[in-house]
Design a binder for this molecule. Structure first.
Ligand code: CTP
Length: 224
């Protein structure tokens, strides 16, 4: 069903890369598969979809406006500048929390002994749009290795989200770079739903089922 017709969905996917010098960077194992599956499914269900993606090895989804970024700062700019026009935001990207304090202009040469890398914090994009929220439905993701429920509920509240999709990345079949995931969906009204092992395509539609149902209950000015 075209149950997302009229919605403008903004999805983020993939990792970010924080450059150290012209040849090296800090990043993570995100493949982008979850976010791309959500973008494709949302488009199939009638939404106008914008995908902001970090560097991944996936084909651009058909019919989806795709914006490629590299660093957390670039992703922030791409998301914040499009936030007002969105009615639903789903942040599946694994954004780096730290970047090298300085990017060397030329390749860092090795020296004898150990070296220390100074890192600075990147801005939390999800928290920022949570503060800017004006009727949008915001779904975040949480990748955890300990106390899945506790940490995810904390993120849901602190970042002013409507929903958080939490996954324990230590479980086999869950998390980064696999085609399946095992998640717990937590909603701002306190509902918690534990999901079985699912392929990311099915999970994308399940997440959108929940969002579409909540949008039907409380549509607002941001849609249309
Ligand atoms: N996120 C973001 N900007 C950041 C870091 C994270 O928008 N700089 C978003 C991610 O896209 C995800 C959610 O925040 O939807 C949670 O990311 P996660 O890495 O699980 O948590 P953090 O908030 O970064 O907390 P921590 O690393 O301490 O677990």
């Amino acid at each position: 069903p075209k149950d997302l017709a009229g919605e403008r969905v903004l999805v983020t996917a993939g990792p970010t890369r924080e450059e150290l010098d012209p040849v090296r960077y800090l990043s993570n194992h995100s493949s982008g598969k979850m976010g791309y599956a959500i973008a494709r499914a949302a488009r199939r269900r009638g939404a106008r979809v914008t995908l902001v993606t970090g560097p991944v090895c996936l084909a651009e989804p058909f019919g989806v406006e795709t914006i490629s970024v590299v660093s957390a700062a670039e992703m922030r700019e791409a998301v914040v500048s499009r936030f007002a026009a969105a009615s639903i935001v789903i942040k599946a990207a694994a954004v780096a929390d730290f970047r090298p304090e300085a990017r060397a202009g030329s390749k860092i040469k090795k020296s004898a002994g150990e070296t220390v890398l100074r890192l600075a914090r990147t801005g939390d994009i999800l928290a920022e749009i949570g503060r800017l929220k004006n009727g949008q439905f915001i779904a975040g993701f949480a990748a955890e290795t300990d106390d899945l429920g506790g940490n995810a509920v904390k993120k849901l509240k602190e970042k002013n989200l409507d929903m958080i999709v939490a996954n324990d990345v230590t479980r086999e079949g869950a998390g980064f770079a696999v085609d399946t995931n095992i998640v717990t969906m937590i909603f701002s009204d306190g509902r918690i739903e534990d999901m079985p092992l699912m392929d990311k395509e099915t999970l994308a539609d399940t997440i959108l089922d929940r969002i579409a149902a909540m949008r039907r209950q409380s549509p607002n000015l941001a849609s249309g």
